[in-house]
Design a protein around this ligand. Sequence first.
Ligand code: CO
Length: 166
Amino acid sequence: MLEILKYPDPRLKEIAEPVSDFGQSLHLLLDEMAKTMYAADGIGLAAPQVGEGLRLFVIDLGPGENRKAKLHEFINPVLSLGEGSIAFEEGCLSVPGVTEEVKRHEKITVRYQDRNGKRLEMTAEGLLAVAIQHENDHLDGVLFVEKLSPLKRRLLKKKLQKAVTL
Ligand code: CO
């Protein structure tokens, strides 16, 4: 199992590098990330959250309405944001115990590569679109708490520091 970095670890603020090697070590990392995500009860996990500065993330929304659990792997994703907006109560494995409503694009298209380097494209909406945008932000060192107002963020930081010292 991999260790999940927690806010405000400075490594979560770094910009991740594109993946160029689609060999064994990439596959191992993806497998370990999926295991870590499932064990932590998350629906998404980006490589910077486990201390790997690479542009990739995994998502599995789990079973739900009209949907079976399915593991998605996105490597070197590039997003095109579509129309419509949607608000979800978001949480993050790197910001435990905190959820906040975040507004995002309802529909997106993502071009990416799979674990073998094959180029693919997917259009997503709803929760999957939200998850892709949230995870993609991690690749650029952006956490969802930074989308909150400065006041809310200050309160949150206090709360987190308190939680850590307890
Ligand atoms: Co997150």
